[in-house]
Write a protein that binds this ligand. Structure first.
Ligand code: AKB
Length: 323
């Protein structure tokens, strides 16, 4: 059986769809909110509850024979800055609740952990391609939580006597843009919010400045990355944690691309200092050679293709159908 935590979230909703398409239909979902109607046919069972609830996590592991876990439940970076202790409880204690149950299992569990480029902090000279082991000195709560979980995931799987049944794999995601959903509580949210606004013929007020630049990718490539990493023979994986991206647009580049298609679209600015600080501290560009070499990572959508073949047509259809 497969467990997806954070099933209702952007990534959970897209992942459960993809796993079903691949013929994996023995899926259990966990979310703090009642499961979305559209996802019900895609899971065999679901639990509504809190990742912090140890008894619930124990019950899920006792009632089901799990051999794969996709741990996506988290609160994102902006929300984590507002509630750092809650962020620790959800992002770290929640993760540990899952690991504690795996320790009690006697069979192998393949564990996917969604991490983030928020683990990095660059003071200046963002114009370099960084590798996974550079600049891992986060200056935001979410990044601290993610980096710590990566470390203890690796520790338990490699060095703990009691957990050689844990196969831990993780991706540090850059900003993700989905055509179907909007993120909640993240700092990279300006890109999806701007794009969805333009396509709905609404103007957008951006909370970071026009030169802001971090790595992005669209949701289908992010999901493809998870599937590829989880499907790769362990002997090929030289690392537990990889970072990936597709393109590195500035806010201005996204605006210009949208203007080509929606000439009336206007972008205003109302800078949020804390969110700007986070974006400034994250890298522009990632050196992805480890993911390319070890598990053949190769995004299918570059900047133009993401807009022309995925975002604009699908979001346009989505809002037309809702009318
Ligand atoms: C966020 O903005 O918090 C996330 C992330 C970069 O992990 N999208």
């Amino acid at each position: 059986m497969i467990l997806i935590t954070g099933l209702n979230g952007e990534m959970g909703s897209a992942l459960v769809q993809k796993l079903n398409e691949l013929g994996k239909n023995n899926i259990i979902g966990l979310d703090i909110k009642p499961i979305k109607e559209s996802l019900k046919p895609l899971v065999t069972k679901h639990y509504v509850g809190d990742i912090k609830d140890k008894n619930l996590i124990k019950k899920i592991f006792t009632d089901n024979k799990l051999n794969e876990v996709y741990h996506l439940a988290a609160i994102l970076s902006t929300k984590a800055e507002a509630s750092p202790f809650l962020s620790h409880q959800i992002n770290v204690d929640g993760f540990l609740n899952l690991l504690a149950e795996i320790e009690n299992y006697n069979s192998l569990v393949k564990f996917f952990f969604a991490s983030s480029i928020a683990v990095y902090h660059l003071d200046e000279n963002k114009n370099i391609e960084i590798s996974e082991n550079e600049f891992c000195n986060p200056s935001n709560m979410y990044g601290c939580n993610k980096l710590y979980c990566e470390k203890i995931g690796s520790y338990f799987s490699k060095y703990s006597k009691n957990m050689n049944n844990l196969d831990f794999r993780s991706i540090r995601f850059s900003g993700i843009i989905s055509a179907q959903t909007l993120p909640v509580g993240g700092t990279s949210d300006y890109a999806p919010e701007m794009i969805h606004s333009a396509i709905r013929n609404k103007n957008y007020t951006c909370f970071v400045n026009s030169e802001s630049c971090i790595p992005f990718m669209i949701m289908p490539d992010a999901i493809e990355g998870i599937i590829k990493l989880m499907g790769t023979d362990k002997s090929r994986l030289k690392h537990d944690v990889y970072h990936i991206q597709s393109f590195s647009p500035t806010v201005e580049m996204i605006y210009q691309k949208l203007k080509l298609n929606f000439p009336k679209f206007k972008l205003n600015y109302d800078i949020n200092k804390r969110r700007q600080f986070l974006i400034n501290s994250w890298p522009n560009k990632l050196n992805q050679s480890a993911a390319v070499k070890d598990w053949d990572w190769s995004p299918k959508f570059d900047f133009d293709k993401s807009f022309d073949e995925y975002l604009i047509p699908i979001i346009t259809d989505y809002y037309a159908e809702k009318k």
